[in-house]
Design a protein around this ligand. Structure first.
Ligand SMILES: [Zn+2]
Length: 384
C-alpha cells in the first residue's frame, strides 16, 4: 500500500525522504538512496551505488538509451544542513503538511526536487525504456562541498557506468523558475609562518600576524582582470576568517586567513591562483579548500529554450535569464557528463533553504512533476 503511493505520489515520497534524518554531517544518505533505488529498480531502472565513506551513498540510476542520442540527466542531493540554533515550531522530521506547506528539514533543499523527478521518471518508465533514456544522479554530501558528486567524478569506474548526458536538470530549490547557471567557488587558506619570541623582545622574533595582515590588505585591493560576465557580473573576493597567535605576550609564529572567491564563467581558477600568489608574495602559502567551477548555458541554447517554454505557463510575467547565488553538484558532474546544457530548476523555495521551519509548497511539487514529465516526454519522444 505504502509502496504504491511512494512511487506514484511525489508528495508522499517527499514526506518519506524528509522523515529520514540525513543531516550532514554525518549524512547517512544510504537511507534515502536505498529507498529510491528500490522504487526505481521496481520500475526497471538499473541502479548503482557509490560511497565516499560509510553510509555516504550516492545513487546512479539509468533506463533506456539509444546510440544516436544521449540521455537526459536529473540530479539532486539527499543530505540536508543542520537544524540551526533557533527552535523549530514544527518537528523538523515529521514532514507535516499544514495549509498546503510540507514542513521539514530538506523539504525545499531538496528532497521535494528529488521526489518530483523520481516520480515523473517512474510514471514514464515504459516510454523511457525505448528512448534516448534518463539518467539520475542522487548524491550524498552536497552541502559540504559536493563531496559525493566529486567522488563520483573522480572514480573512473563510476564515470564509465554513468556515461555522458545530452542535458542536465539540477532540481535545487528555485520555486520552479529555471536558472541557467551559477558562479564558481574557489576557497583558499593563506598561511604565514614566523619565529616566536617573548612579547617584550619582538626584535628577536618574526611576526606571522603582520604577514597575514599585509596579505589581507593586498586581498582587499585585489582586482580581477576578467571583464564582467553578461549575466553574473564580476567575480567577488572576501576574506572570511583570520586567526593567529597564542597570547598577548608572545610573537606569533603562525597565522592564517581564509578567502572565499566566487568566479564567473570563463575564469580559470589556476590562473587566478597564480595572480594571487604574485600579489601575496613568497611569505604566504596558499592551500585550496574548495574548487568548484562555475556553470553556465547561454539562454538561446535550444534545449534551454524548451525548458523555459515548459515553465512559462506557471508564471504571469515573461521569464528572464537568471543565475542562482549558490553553487550546485553540476559543477562536479558537468565534466563527466560531457558538459551538456544545464538548468537549475526545482520546486523548493530558494529563500527557505537552510532556514528554520523550512517548507515546500505542495502545489510546487505537483507543478515540478508536470514540468519534469514534460521535459522527459520532449527528450524521449521517438526519433522522427
Ligand atoms: Zn541544495
Amino acid at each position: 500500500m505504502e509502496q504504491t503511493a511512494l512511487h506514484s505520489d511525489a508528495i508522499s515520497l517527499t514526506q518519506a525522504l524528509v522523515r529520514m534524518n540525513t543531516i550532514n554531517p554525518p549524512g547517512h544518505e544510504d537511507q534515502c538512496a536505498h529507498l529510491l533505488a528500490r522504487l526505481l529498480g521496481e520500475a526497471g531502472f538499473d541502479c548503482r551505488f557509490t560511497e565516499f565513506s560509510t553510509r555516504r551513498t550516492t545513487l546512479i540510476a539509468k533506463l533506456g538509451g539509444r546510440p544516436d542520442k544521449l540521455p537526459l540527466c536529473f540530479t539532486g542531493h539527499v543530505d540536508v544542513v543542520p537544524l540551526g540554533a533557533a527552535p523549530w515550531t514544527v518537528p523538523p522530521f515529521s514532514a507535516e503538511i499544514v495549509d498546503g506547506k510540507l514542513y521539514g528539514r530538506g523539504s525545499s533543499d531538496m528532497k521535494s526536487g528529488v521526489a518530483a523527478f523520481v516520480v515523473a521518471a517512474i510514471s514514464l518508465a515504459d516510454l523511457i525504456r525505448d528512448s534516448a533514456g534518463i539518467t539520475m544522479v542522487i548524491t550524498a554530501g552536497e552541502e559540504t562541498g559536493c563531496e559525493g558528486a566529486f567522488h563520483l567524478a573522480n572514480s573512473t569506474a563510476d564515470r564509465e557506468w554513468l556515461g555522458q548526458a545530452g542535458a542536465l536538470v539540477v532540481a535545487e530549490p528555485t520555486a520552479n523558475v529555471p536558472y541557467i547557471g551559477h558562479k564558481g567557488a574557489f576557497w583558499l587558506k593563506a598561511q604565514a609562518e614566523g619565529t616566536t619570541s617573548h612579547g617584550s623582545m619582538p626584535e628577536q622574533g618574526d611576526n606571522a600576524i603582520y604577514k597575514v595582515a599585509r596579505a589581507a590588505g593586498a586581498l582587499e585591493a585585489f582586482r580581477f582582470d576578467e571583464p564582467a560576465h553578461a549575466l553574473m557580473g564580476r567575480a567577488t573576493l572576501n576574506v572570511g576568517t583570520i586567526a593567529g597567535g597564542l597570547n598577548v605576550n608572545s610573537v606569533p609564529d603562525a597565522a592564517e586567513l581564509t578567502i572565499d572567491i566566487r568566479t564567473i564563467p570563463g575564469q580559470d581558477h589556476q590562473h587566478l591562483r597564480r595572480c594571487l600568489c604574485a600579489v601575496l608574495g613568497e611569505q604566504i602559502t596558499l592551500q585550496t579548500m574548495l574548487d568548484v567551477p562555475s556553470v553556465y548555458t547561454p539562454p538561446d541554447e535550444p534545449w534551454i529554450k524548451t525548458v523555459f517554454a515548459c515553465c512559462q505557463p506557471l508564471f504571469p510575467a515573461p521569464l528572464s535569464a537568471q543565475s542562482v547565488s549558490y553553487f550546485t553538484d553540476a559543477a562536479a558532474l558537468l565534466a563527466p557528463l560531457g558538459n551538456p546544457p544545464t538548468v537549475i530548476l526545482g520546486p523548493g523555495e530558494l529563500q527557505l533553504a537552510h532556514q528554520t521551519d523550512e517548507y515546500c509548497k505542495v502545489s510546487r511539487i505537483n507543478e515540478a512533476v508536470k514540468i519534469f514529465s514534460d521535459l522527459i516526454l520532449d527528450w524521449c519522444r521517438p526519433a522522427s
